[in-house]
Design a protein around this ligand. Structure first.
Ligand code: SF4
Length: 95
């Protein structure tokens, strides 16, 4: 019998045993109850910096996030609501 221990294992290519966010807890990548605005963005940015900044799977993860359209994937946050644009939390704007 197979036991799914991490929700991202269900996504193609993200079942890498060295994935930095393995076991981190899915809720870290989604808004929590009564969390919004600047506080939400700050927390998700800390999560993205900690887990995603140097993750070797980041580009793949971002592609999958675009398919999902919810939560934070590879440092890109997808706010709920189809009219809301994704936010790149790791973009330092230094381009
Ligand atoms: S980019 Fe972030 S969320 Fe995606 S697999 Fe890597 S650590 Fe996990």
């Amino acid at each position: 019998m197979t036991t799914i221990t991490d929700p991202l294992d269900g996504w193609p290519g993200l079942d890498d045993p060295d994935r930095p966010c393995r076991g981190a807890g899915f809720d870290q990548f989604f808004p929590r109850a009564n969390e919004s605005g600047a506080a939400l963005r700050a927390r998700l940015t800390r999560t993205a910096e900690y887990y995603c900044r140097l993750c070797p799977l980041r580009e793949l993860c971002r592609d999958l996030g675009a398919q999902s359209g919810h939560g934070m994937w590879g440092g890109v946050y997808y706010p709920d609501g189809s009219a809301r644009r994704p936010i790149d939390l790791l973009d330092t704007g230094g381009g």
